[in-house]
Design a protein around this ligand. Structure first.
Ligand code: ATP
Ligand code: MG
Length: 395
């Protein structure tokens, strides 16, 4: 029996004249994700994308698993394709119902008939198929047309009849690449990979910027960040990861500045360097994993101080989320286990005991005047930045 994946998209449907741009991008991203899986055909028809293959080696379950990570997709159905003939449709619908059935679950049958040449109208097919399923399972089948647990879908198209009863949730959002590129400040923590996922879900390509303070932070801490970028790239596609040596800048700040301002000064330099790297590589905004009030450097006043040094917009997709909500997403996307590995981050190496929570912009700016020679160190750090390409997206 021939199978087909039917992919439904969400928000793209709302796009007016630009809709085809979004659809083309989605098709391209799906095709990319299925690279190396053998021959397959991908077509677009009435707000859905169809993936099918004549290659016996084409693994539909693997394809489904890969496609479930493509942004822009609302859900995916694995459908069976049968003859456009009512008896065959009934049998196939019954098989799909039985596969999806769990005790107590109600069902309904829904029919679409883009092929108007098919002799029966949609309500007639619906009735015949519904009655057939019911007749085979009259002991436990329960029809609920308003709020069914199982919807047995029948689509009658030129090429054949497609029947399915279960769907897999996609990640939603918009296709990658449709909204330009951002620079994600990626640490080894729980938050920043989630922030990268959230912003990427809005159709954004990512570059990553990571600051490390070797030898105060270890080689393993650096590898942890690369691993996080790798996991993320399964959703976001290729990530260019820029690893910035930050030790000299941190040491200078540590030596010259007042202790309670260390973190903010450090963060201002991170922002400046990230913006420079972003501009060099076509990214138009900075993304961080900050959440309001989570730590001293994430108060409104602290964020005013860090925003002060950059012109680019700074996106903080987690700003209104609790740690629990963030952790839930981190588990879902698979970064959590790596994030909690206990390696030090450069922010935690030089933490003051009592950081300022309500810094004044002027005092921070004045404190920066004490950092003689820091501009040269910034240039040196950018020059010595290492570039890595991380991508497990295409597999
Ligand atoms: P995370 O869990 O993402 O590490 P956090 O709760 O530990 O966040 P901070 O350490 O204050 O919070 O960092 C806030 C944000 O600053 C991070 O989400 C990240 O975007 C950025 N950041 C922190 N440390 C680094 C680093 N070493 N390299 C790049 N960005 C960093
Ligand atoms: Mg951190």
């Amino acid at each position: 029996m021939k199978e087909v994946l039917i992919i439904k998209y969400g928000e793209i449907i709302l796009k007016g004249l630009n809709r085809h741009l979004f659809e083309d991008r989605l098709l391209k991203n799906i095709r990319y994700k299925l690279k190396g899986m053998g021959e397959f055909k991908i077509t677009k028809f009435q707000a859905a994308v169809y993936v099918e293959s004549d290659d016996p080696a084409f693994d539909y379950d693997e394809a489904l698993e890969r496609i479930s990570k493509v942004f822009g997709i609302l859900y995916i159905c694995k459908a069976a394709c049968c003859d456009k003939e009512i008896e065959a449709i009934k049998k196939q619908a019954l098989a799909c119902y039985e596969e999806a059935y769990l005790p107590g679950k109600s069902f309904k049958v829904e029919v679409k008939r883009p092929d108007k040449k098919f002799p029966l109208k949609s309500p007639e097919v619906q009735r015949e198929v519904g009655e057939y399923i019911f007749s085979k399972h009259f002991n436990n089948a329960r029809v609920d047309v308003k709020n069914p647990d199982i919807t047995v879908m029948v689509e009658i198209r030129e090429e054949g009849a497609y029947v399915y009863a279960s769907k897999i949730q996609g990640p939603g959002g918009l296709p990658l690449g449709i909204n330009g590129k951002c620079a994600l400040m990626l640490s080894g923590g729980i938050d920043s990979p989630v922030a990268g996922y959230m912003i990427s879900k809005r159709g954004v390509d990512l570059i990553g910027v990571h600051f490390h303070s070797y030898p105060y932070t270890s080689e393993r801490a650096r590898e942890k960040v690369i691993k996080l970028a790798e996991i993320l790239s399964d959703y976001t596609g290729r990530i260019e990861l820029y690893v910035v040596p930050f030790t000299d800048i941190q040491l200078l700040i540590n030596e010259k500045a007042q202790n309670d301002m260390l973190v903010l000064l450090m963060r201002r330099y991170m922002m400046r360097i990230t913006e420079r790297i972003a501009k060099l590589h076509g990214a138009k905004a900075i993304v961080t994993g900050e959440s309001l009030g989570q730590v001293a450097s994430q108060t409104i006043e602290s964020m005013t101080v860090t925003n002060d040094v950059v012109e680019m917009p700074v996106f903080r997709p987690l700003i209104g989320m609790d740690k629990e909500e963030i952790t839930k997403i981190s588990r879902k996307i698979g970064t959590f286990e790596t994030s909690i590995l206990p390696y030090e981050d450069c922010c935690t190496v030089f933490v003051p005991k009592h950081p300022k929570t309500k810094p004044q912009l002027e005092e921070i700016r004045n404190e920066e005047l004490k950092l003689e020679g820091i501009d040269e160190l910034v240039e040196k750090a950018i020059e010595e930045t290492e570039r890595l390409i991380v991508n497990i997206g295409g597999k």
